[in-house]
Design a protein around this ligand. Structure first.
Ligand code: SAM
Length: 262
């Protein structure tokens, strides 16, 4: 065996051992790290949601106004003048203040660490009745029956979802015939603009999704996905939601808001 071979064997046994140790350690702590990350995000994103509500609040309030006119497909709710709303990516309940008084709520989020924050927020709105909270991915909401909700709400959630089409088909499945999907989402700026180039660079390089930690992308064309999802009627508006207070708002300035009918 040459001297080089001996040296190589030494390196492999030393560094290979260290790498194997780190790999095993990572596998063993993966679940713990994920839970720790989710706990941190629940706090961070809740604070962001409250900040976001400052410029976005009036748009949310105006968009959700027409929920007052929705009639439930469930006769027992309809007779009492109530509707069932499912919110995906409900987080800490930052949208509760914009829901109509007649709402019965089903809340979905993938991060269970929001629960204490959601419960705290729900106390401020005793007129809203919480039917259930489901911690699952919006791509697979099997715990929620088909045709069972009158309204689905999504605000700044689809930006961080890998399979937007899968979520939209779940939304269509759970909506009762004629049910409404209300959305407010940030989307990519127009092609050819400097902002668009920056958004693409930050998203493709995975810098932005990593910084946000929740997989949020700046280059999503969520409007295209919604138009292709097979709703019977869609009303979409493009609008800017913006405040000078934080630079992040410049990057997510362009939004779509609207209602799609099953
Ligand atoms: C930026 S926060 C928005 C919270 C709230 N909708 C608002 O407008 O303030 C995004 C939320 O979507 C949730 N979320 C992201 N991807 C999800 C998925 N695939 N399924 C369910 N919830 C998801 C996150 O856990 C988080 O609560």
């Amino acid at each position: 065996m040459s001297q080089l071979d001996v040296q190589m064997k030494g390196w492999v046994s030393t560094y290979g051992g260290i790498l194997l140790f780190l790999f095993v350690l990572f596998q063993l702590t993966k679940g713990f790290l994920r839970r720790y990350r989710d706990k941190l995000f629940a706090k961070g994103e809740s604070q962001f949601s409250e900040l976001y509500n400052v410029p976005a609040g009036p748009t949310k309030a105006k968009l959700f106004e027409s929920m007052q006119d929705v009639q439930s497909a469930d006769w027992s709710l309809k007779n009492k003048g109530l509707i069932r709303i499912l919110e995906i990516g409900c987080g800490n309940g930052a949208n509760l203040k914009y829901f109509p008084k007649s709402a019965r709520l089903v809340m979905v989020d993938r991060n269970e660490f929001y629960r204490p924050l959601l419960d705290e927020n729900l106390k401020k709105f005793p007129h809203l009745h919480l039917e259930k909270v489901v911690y699952c991915s919006a791509e697979d909401m099997r715990q929620i029956a088909s045709d069972s909700v009158d309204v689905v709400v999504s605000t700044i959630v689809l930006c961080s979802i890998d399979h937007v089409s899968a979520v939209l088909s779940e939304i269509k499945r759970v909506l009762a015939p004629g049910g409404k999907f209300y959305f407010l989402e940030h989307v990519m700026a127009n092609e050819g603009t400097t902002l668009c180039t920056v958004q693409k660079l930050l998203s493709v390089s995975r810098i932005w999704p990593a910084l946000c930690g929740n997989g949020c992308r700046l280059d999503k064309r969520t409007d295209v996905f919604i138009k292709e999802a097979g709703f019977s009627e869609i009303s979409i508006n493009r609008l800017d939601i913006y405040t000078d207070k934080m630079v992040v708002f410049k990057l997510i300035k362009h939004h779509i808001a609207g209602v799609a009918t099953k």
